[in-house]
Design a protein around this ligand. Structure first.
Ligand SMILES: Cc1cc2nc3c(=O)[nH]c(=O)nc-3n(C[C@H](O)[C@H](O)[C@H](O)COP(=O)(O)OP(=O)(O)OC[C@H]3O[C@@H](n4cnc5c(N)ncnc54)[C@H](O)[C@@H]3O)c2cc1C
Length: 201
């Protein structure tokens, strides 16, 4: 066992932990020891094979199928450097006001959330896909909606260099292609230490 000490320990390098690490980078640059503890494997680019079964075992806790207590449905937990941002689709939405109001959590203010969302959307290159990037499924869906009189809009996404291969989720594309937080965070890790390890309490 290796012993180390830190001023700040962030558990997990996913959407939450990675974002906190990025925000704390100036603190780390100023001399504080900020550590991210991550139990997922750090895969090299060539280890992203594009094969579902193989990748599920490498990137998800218990292969991505954890039963709820009543065994009615399964939940997927990431176990990877970059957490689920390595496999997520990149759909980036601002939480609707009515949802925040329904939650009624003290101190959670929609205006504040909206401002923060706008900041992260800009920093993470959230955009709509260009017309030529829409595949036949998308086009057909849009056509069907318009024929039935439904409104149909694109989800804004955070994906860089999309190759329209449809291989984003269980078969992630190389990190630098997707807009994964890990890819965006690599410069941060010059200052913030990533340590492979498990937090057990
Ligand atoms: C296939 C898929 C597609 C998705 N698409 C979208 C999308 O398009 N848009 C969207 O907004 N959301 C999407 N999501 C959901 C989104 O990815 C998650 O809500 C988000 O990543 C959760 O962030 P998090 O930081 O809470 O957890 P994670 O990103 O999962 O990060 C948790 C990290 O903590 C590590 N960890 C956990 N326990 C320990 C421990 N004890 N010790 C050390 N490390 C530990 C894990 O390995 C992991 O890296 C998708 C999810 C999946 C599975």
């Amino acid at each position: 066992m290796r012993e180390t000490s830190a001023d700040v320990v962030i558990i997990g390098s996913g959407a939450g932990g990675g974002t906190v690490a990025k925000e704390l980078a100036p603190l780390a640059r100023a001399g504080r020891r900020v550590v991210v503890l991550e139990w997922g494997a750090r895969l090299a680019e060539h280890e992203y094979t594009g094969r579902e079964v193989e990748m599920a075992g490498k990137l998800y806790f218990e292969n991505g199928g954890v039963f709820t207590r009543d065994r009615n449905m399964t939940l997927a937990f990431g176990r990877a450097y970059g957490g689920l941002t390595v496999v997520y689709t990149g759909t980036s939405l601002t939480i609707p006001k009515r949802v925040v109001e329904r939650w009624g959590v003290p101190g959670l203010d929609w205006d504040d959330l909206r401002r923060r969302s706008a900041k992260y959307m800009e920093e993470n290159n959230v955009h709509l896909q260009s017309e030529e990037r829409l595949n036949d499924n998308n086009r057909l869906f849009r056509l069907g909606c318009s024929r039935l009189g439904y409104r149909c809009e694109q989800f804004p996404i955070n994906v860089k260099g999309c190759r329209a291969s449809s291989l984003c989720n269980l078969q992630p594309l190389p990190l630098m292609v997707k807009g994964s937080l890990l890819a965006d965070l690599i410069p941060t890790f010059d200052f913030v230490n990533m340590i492979g390890g498990e937090c057990d309490r």
